[in-house]
Design a protein around this ligand. Sequence first.
Ligand code: SAM
Length: 240
Amino acid sequence: MTQHALIRRPRPRLLDLFSCAGGAAMGYHRAGFDVDGCDIAHRHAYPFAYHRGDALEYLAALIASGEIRRYAMVHASPPCQHGCALTVGTNRSQGWGGTHVDLVAPTRALLDRTGLPYVIEQPNGRAEIRKDLTLCGEQFGLGVIRHRNFELGGWTTEQPAHVPHRGRVRGWRHGAYFDGPYVAAYGNGGGKPSVPELQTAMGITWTDVREELTEAIPPAYAQWIGMAFLASAARLGVAA
Ligand SMILES: C[S@@+](CC[C@H](N)C(=O)[O-])C[C@H]1O[C@@H](n2cnc3c(N)ncnc32)[C@H](O)[C@@H]1O
């Protein structure tokens, strides 16, 4: 082996905004990125370097100082309660909805200022992002359906084919119990999964906090996106 072959290229860095406990982060890490997270809440289980604070203030500071140039890509999962399907549906009567600030537009405005490629993630039912990519748990053989949409800024990739679901989501809905191969990774009660069931279904082992599990995207989604990004950068001859 030559000396040249022993020199390790640095891994590209990804900034993970609104990181929660790192469902997305773990996927990007597995795709080949070093990941830094930022969340407003204490996220003790976050598996990588982590800044506690407001994501928009943090991003604005990184842009102002020029430190943003350390990153090859930014992922952002702004809180979704403002407009996600659950909020506008049955949970509205339980006090959800209407009280959350919509952070998607200001997040996108700052991301555009970075000049970096980016990904904004939102659940199905949210109108404010472009659906450049939609991923589903069945595409990865997971125990959740969990459709998630992704707006891609400054890069593109092909939408993979949707895979038919194997059955229903287990649990009670409108007074009827349904069995099926998927668990509901949101809320509590009504036949909802235990924490170990959720961990298995999502592919997340490093947190046992139900809220963090129900907020996360499965790592498999972000791994797919990260690998697609690195492949497209390599095709274009752009250093990631
Ligand atoms: C949908 S979760 C993100 C899930 C994450 N991408 C994952 O895969 O695990 C949204 C997160 O945004 C955080 N958050 C809410 N407002 C924030 C703000 N202004 N700045 C930073 N984080 C914030 C919440 O604490 C929550 O953890």
